[in-house]
Design a protein around this ligand. Structure first.
Ligand code: OTU
Length: 612
């Protein structure tokens, strides 16, 4: 075992008491770390010295890890599948919108517990760019909390409070880009040659034009093109998203070392999970979409190995909004782990598509195309998040029929008297991105519901899509406000910094009024909360819904029916139509279900979870 460097520098940084464990972890994860980094940077003359310095920095950060987090690492090591259990439930929120600030989020713990939440994803809370900042996704400092939300001490306090309540904090970690006023970008603009190398800067349009031939566009209407001219750089810098978000240059090993250290510093504050934003974009290659490149995976695997050595209780979650076929790679292979969790974005989009089409074909294709994850990894399942639903990620399932996807988008924007009240996103541009925004309740039909029956059907549709996310297998995550049936918020239109970005329609302030009605089953909020809570409870009590239990898609004659088995003991039946369906259980080929009639009747948009 001498084909990779010794952990001397790592161990030298550690107090004696930590050395044996670190040496053991390095023996397991070091080879993978070295292989991946040598693959990325091994031809550089200074590689060996850089690698040793990296080990030294990892060692220093491990040495700085507080005792309670070292104890947490040990507990997680003894139970590596802790996040895959059926009692796990995520919740995603903006700190300011949910609680005002970090301390206010702490005051929401009672609500989170009432819902059954064990994992809280807070959208970006680090100091953002001054001015427009893409909802905090333009980070100016990895080491400061946004002063409007609190301080690093408040973050530590919140992490500890949450942990005491059985809730793990997941922080957004934006590693694809930094704000144009981050110290690295400011340094580059001031002429620092070392920091200029942190970004992809081109003196003229020659290379940008070559790259543009095969690049897509994330915000074609608000931020066309992938490069921005910066006079202070006397050149063009790569900006996949908004012009003020500068993509980091991971071909430069210094960038990876800085980012890994920034992540470990936050882990040492008590963050237990990192949502790695925009992971698909980390590596650029001419002639490609510059998404899902093998080097992006090598970087993530290196980061995983670093975490496994220096903060082994920590989880990594990949945000890669990509076609189904490109998703599994983010979870790695047996023996070559990457992220612990990955957003199942096509499952999410296809669930909504099934509602629009009253046909589960796309959903079934997504499920059929989803392999079993390697052990110790799984899907993050969800219904809504702070972003748009981009329909084009279903292009493969739709056999490339973009008109079909456009029709789904139109449906959610209210075409043809549909029940949905969604808002289009970025679709006016030449390279149309058919995407939809809107709170789950609005997309399910609450805003258009004229009477009690229409409201009942809207509730069923809301539960149906949540039911898929809760039963599929993985870690399901609810989106703030959906548990109370909160609707769209059009207030962003009055704010010049946000008016162009319709994603704000699903980023409302938490509704205190709805919260007050939460436990009243006669209120709207209470009905939604009670019904979702009951599903969460049923899931928690059903061992077959542990993420590790295999799933099987059952052949159903009616295209509106989605039938999903989990192991031998769970069967979920979902009616994605306004018709009443009669489901003959024997015809599904899943054996006998004692205690249930042979024929199950599912009313419009109804769902049944069977257990034996
Ligand atoms: C992510 O999103 C974030 O979730 C967005 O809120 C940010 O604006 C963006 O990164 C930049 O930080 O492509 O896979 O289409 O789905 O921007 C990463 C809109 C992404 C989002 C898209 C997304």
């Amino acid at each position: 075992m001498t084909d990779f460097p010794s952990p001397e520098r790592l161990l030298a940084a550690l107090p004696l008491a930590l050395r044996a464990d670190a040496a053991r972890r390095y023996a397991v994860h070091g080879p993978q770390l070295y292989r991946r980094l040598a693959g990325l940077y091994g031809t550089r003359p200074d590689f060996d010295r850089w690698y040793d310095d990296l080990l030294g920095s990892i060692g220093e950060l491990l040495a700085a890890r507080p005792a309670d987090l070292l104890a947490l690492d040990a507990r997680r090591a003894a139970d590596p599948g802790w996040f895959l259990r059926q009692h796990m439930l995520g919740y995603s929120a903006y700190a300011d919108r949910f609680g005002g600030d970090l301390a206010g989020v702490g005051r929401r713990i009672g609500h989170l517990r009432a819902l059954g939440v064990t994992y809280l994803h807070l959208l970006p809370f680090l100091r953002p760019r001054a001015g427009e900042n893409d909802g905090g996704f333009a980070v100016a400092s990895f080491d400061e909390v946004d002063p409007a939300l609190g301080s690093m001490d408040d973050l530590e306090t919140l992490c500890a409070h949450l942990r005491g309540a059985g809730i793990s904090l997941c922080a957004d970690f934006i590693l694809n880009h930094v704000a144009d006023d981050h110290a690295w970008a400011r340094g580059a603009q001031a002429g620092d040659a070392r920091l200029r190398e942190f970004f992809h800067v081109f003196p003229d349009r020659t290379m940008p034009d070559r790259y543009e031939r095969t690049l897509g566009q994330v915000f074609p209407a608000a931020a066309p093109g992938n490069f921005t001219h910066v006079p202070a750089l006397d050149g063009w810098v790569w900006t996949t998203f908004y012009p003020f978000q500068w993509d980091l240059n991971y071909a430069n090993p210094a960038v990876l070392a800085e980012i890994a250290a920034a992540l470990l510093r936050l882990a040492n504050r008590g963050v237990e999970v990192f949502r790695l934003d925009s992971t698909a974009f980390l590596w650029k290659r001419e002639g490609t979409s510059c998404m899902n490149q093998p080097e992006a995976h090598a970087l993530l695997q290196a980061l995983r190995a670093i975490v496994d050595i220096a903060a082994p209780g920590v989880l990594l979650k990949a945000e890669a909004i990509v076609p189904t076929a490109d998703l599994p790679a983010y979870l790695g292979q047996p023996g070559e782990p990457e992220c612990h969790l990955a957003y199942h974005s096509t499952l999410m989009a296809a669930s909504w598509a099934a509602l629009a089409e009253q046909d589960t074909t796309l959903l079934r294709r997504v499920v059929a195309g989803t392999p079993t994850p390697p052990s110790g990894a799984s899907w993050l399942t969800y219904v809504r998040c702070h972003d748009d639903i981009g329909w084009k990620i279903l292009a493969q399932e739709a056999d490339g029929a973009t008109d079909r996807l456009a029709a789904i988008a139109d449906f959610f924007h209210g075409a043809g008297g549909s029940f949905a009240a969604g808002v289009p996103f970025q679709s006016g541009a030449a390279s149309a991105v058919h995407a939809t925004n809107g709170m789950a309740a609005a997309l399910s039909g609450f805003e258009t519901a004229a009477g009690p029956l229409a409201r009942e059907l809207a509730l069923r549709r809301l539960l149906l899509v949540h039911g898929v996310a809760l039963a599929f297998g993985g870690l399901p995550m609810l989106y703030m406000g959906d548990e109370l049936g909160m609707g769209n918020d059009h207030g962003y239109r009055d704010d010049p910094q946000r008016a162009h970005d319709t994603r704000w329609v699903q980023r409302p302030a938490f509704d205190e009024h709805a919260l007050a009605w939460r436990d009243d089953p006669d209120s709207w909020a209470g009905r939604v909360f009670g019904a979702l809570r009951a599903l969460v409870e049923q899931r928690r009590a059903c061992a077959a819904l542990d993420a590790g239990v295999p799933r099987a898609l059952l052949p159903a004659q009616d295209l509106a029916l989605f039938a999903l088995a989990r192991g031998e003991r769970f069967l979920g039946l979902f009616n994605f139509s306004e018709r009443t369906l009669k489901v003959a259980l024997p015809a599904l080929g899943a054996g006998a279900w004692p205690g249930y009639p042979d024929e199950i009747e599912l009313g419009p948009w109804d769902m049944r979870w069977l257990q034996r």
